[in-house]
Design a binder for this molecule. Sequence first.
Ligand SMILES: C[S@@+](CC[C@H](N)C(=O)[O-])C[C@H]1O[C@@H](n2cnc3c(N)ncnc32)[C@H](O)[C@@H]1O
Length: 269
Amino acid sequence: MTAKELLEQAPIERYEAEVLLAHILGVQRSWLFSHGDEGLASDDEQAFMAHARARASGEPLAYLMGYRNFWSLRLIVDQHVLIPRRESEHLVEWALECLDTGEQKVLDLGTGSGAIALACKSERSDLSITGVDQSEQALACARRNSEALGLEVCWKQGSWFEPVEAGGWDLVVSNPPYIAANDVHLGQGDLPAEPSGALVGGKTGLEMIEHIVTEAPPYLRASGWLLLEHGFDQGEPVRALLSDRGFSHVATRKDYSGQPRISGGQWLN
Ligand SMILES: C[S@@+](CC[C@H](N)C(=O)[O-])C[C@H]1O[C@@H](n2cnc3c(N)ncnc32)[C@H](O)[C@@H]1O
């Protein structure tokens, strides 16, 4: 069968079928247009149809392909980690702005695939970064990424601040689980296939964020920053949590589609 014929039979959306077939053949997507009439090996045909059927039944493209591009990095992902989102690149941008020159200590809480920690390290090799996750399987993925990319990060398993020492952190960043347990979005898109421990933040969705905001101050150095990703409708409550805890310069930033998605504050006390 030719690439053109195979794409026509795929039970999934055309663009995704092209991306998947190019991935299986190990070619650029554009190759499919210039070589669309060439016959394919039957192993490739079978592998493609198996992947396309899995995609049609809800398996995320990133898990099928085994990677997702984030910032300037190609990150390995598997079913134990959240698929890194573009919104989190804003967290990386803001994090880099908060940091002084010279060696700085950065803590990434709920690091998952290591996306935020590794993107920061890729921009500033002088940073000393620690990534924490409760999930040992997520940390295994983060470790694979740091090895593949040659970016050194210290990975620690445990709950939020529990595995690190208090004091001295210049910046704490986190994209914690923040979706309410009964939110209908949990049944949509890639979310049903992603680990619920990476998504659900409790009954209201704010529980993990509240915990991190409450616990953060003794871990931050004076003038250190705490930056948090959150849901599009959580900007106001997250700012209130930060202000009530005593953070200064509390602010929210918007994502590419204009939604308020990241809030942070500076610990000046
Ligand atoms: C929304 S995902 C973010 C993953 C990654 N930082 C990113 O932006 O792609 C949240 C992560 O928090 C981790 N997590 C959940 N509860 C935790 C806890 N109590 N302590 C540490 N990490 C936790 C999950 O395992 C998951 O990897």
